[in-house]
Design a protein around this ligand. Sequence first.
Ligand SMILES: Nc1nc2c(ncn2[C@@H]2O[C@H](COP(=O)(O)OP(=O)(O)OP(=O)(O)O)[C@@H](O)[C@H]2O)c(=O)[nH]1
Length: 622
Amino acid sequence: MPSTRTMSQSHHSPTQGDLDVLSFLTSDSSTLGPLPSSALSASTSQTQVQGQGQEQGQRKKSLPRRDSPMDALMISAVIAGSEKISRHHFGHGPRTGAYASCDESRPSSPSPSSHLQPRVAVRSTQAPRSERLRLEAESRAKAAAQQNQASSSSSAIPIPQARSPKMITSPLSISSSIGKDQNTLSSISRSKRKMSIDPTPISQTLQAASPSSSSNYFHPKHSSPSIVPNSLAPRPRVKCMARTRIPTPHGELFLHLYHNSVDTKEHLAIVIDPIQLDPKAKKAAPKGRKEIRSASLDAVWREGETEMERLVRGAYTGRLLPGQTESNPNPNQNPIPSPAVNQNDVEMSVEEVEEDVKPLVRIHSECYTGETIGSMRCDCGEQLDEALRQIALPQHLKSQITQQFHQHAHPHPHQSHSTAEDILPTPDPSRSSSPSTSPNARSVPGRGVVIYLRQEGRGIGLLEKIRAYNLQDLGNDTVTANLLLGHGADERKYDIAAEMLKDLGLSQGGIRLLTNNPEKVVGLQNEGIKIVERVGMTPRDWQCPTQDEHPKHHHHDEGEGIDEDRTDDEDEKEKEFHDWRERRAGVGLIGAGAAKGVELERYLRTKVERMGHMIDIPENLQ
Ligand SMILES: Nc1nc2c(ncn2[C@@H]2O[C@H](COP(=O)(O)OP(=O)(O)OP(=O)(O)O)[C@@H](O)[C@H]2O)c(=O)[nH]1
């Protein structure tokens, strides 16, 4: 076996044979004659060195392999001494041209006269290698110094840099300084987070994050940057690019797609506003109720904009009909507000403003697993469905609601976790959907918006959420899993949502917010949204079934006992009926209906106990 030294020497020290081949290849001779014997012996000795077992001095009949140590010299010799380019190397070497054709007879091949043309001078624009190495070492040292500073005395091991939201040159052409500021902010806070294999720092982190801690991480006042007012940061800008009408099991709605100046995501606004589509609803609504419309969509985008452009992007009033050519077919009845006039500025009489119920709004974060594949690790799918259902429900006028609120309101067991609870009255969530509680009440069409933010996984993205789920399967809860991955428990921001609400004319008039999450309430308020009421959402599996919904009661009149003689077939039919009822409530989801299971229960419990969500845990689960 040759020693390593011999091998490496054979790569770097040209032998006499190598030099002979070099001069042979670079000579003017147009015909390749036989190789000098020293070259052949060089190749032979090389073969021997490689342990091929050839006899010393035996002549080889072929040239050495192309990947032998000779090859580099041969290639450079050929390039230096000849114009000829192998067709297989054309386009890959330093000369211009494309690897367009393997046939030299075709026009795209280098023409036979090409050797007459002056050679293309190829000059490297790179700095010398020594200079590049020096710069590289410098920047490495700088990065290491920064990292040391960030991690201070912690023994945690950094995980690969978690991604911070990418800034873009958006179609709104916002100055790049907006992005810079926010990026810097988020990367600073992120760089301080570490993943650790040492349980001590984790437990310390968690202790710092626990609800009982004095510096409560989850407390709205001290929580994520989303709720810290930053009056110096430039406001995100949003523009509704298009909207369209979508019929759904909860009624017809308008889907609005927004672009913004902060990220590349297509955030959505799902607007339920029956007065725009249904003349009966318009009649039933209080006089003066304004439509929920996007000011940026309705604006004139450019001089000479055509009606067809407006129709195609959805800047029309009413309902589109086949063959329609006008975006506002009946301007006197339903004028599109001029871009200069925001709907908030449109005067409504005091009584009308007071009398009408405020739009119900949900800020919903994307959850691929819960909304698309019916995951029962969380309740996101049913929450989206439930939000649309509740927004579409007819509402009682304010005076009647207030009356009911006083009858039904009760102190919340988790009040101590939340300042939002102190700020906002939280009526019984079921009150608006049960007109029977107030027989004389006048009900009006429901209206509102789901702002659907592409903040998957509470802002950490789907990839990280999937990794977090595996950590959860290893025994961690939803909060700890995020922290172990170097993320915050919740990294969402509500500034874009607030701008979208403003664009829809819903900032000043007041909204009712559908959430259990105190951070959302405070976050939106800090962004300038007026919230007059928080409406809670009880997970369907935690709701008490009403008498007529319970399967045991379905076939029995009041007072009747349970029929012991019922057959299995009847029981099966009853179960099917019950399942159908549940599915009907949860349209639009895979396996629709109520999400349930141990994992969901654990998740919901963590939200209540560690994230301060304002939901009552059912007595039988306490
Ligand atoms: N990181 C992480 N994200 C999750 C998990 N389960 C659901 N999510 C995400 O959490 C977001 C929904 O948050 P929730 O806390 O359920 O709801 P919320 O919107 O904050 O609160 P509510 O308004 O009361 O519903 C979505 O973006 C989901 O993708 C989880 O286990 N880990």
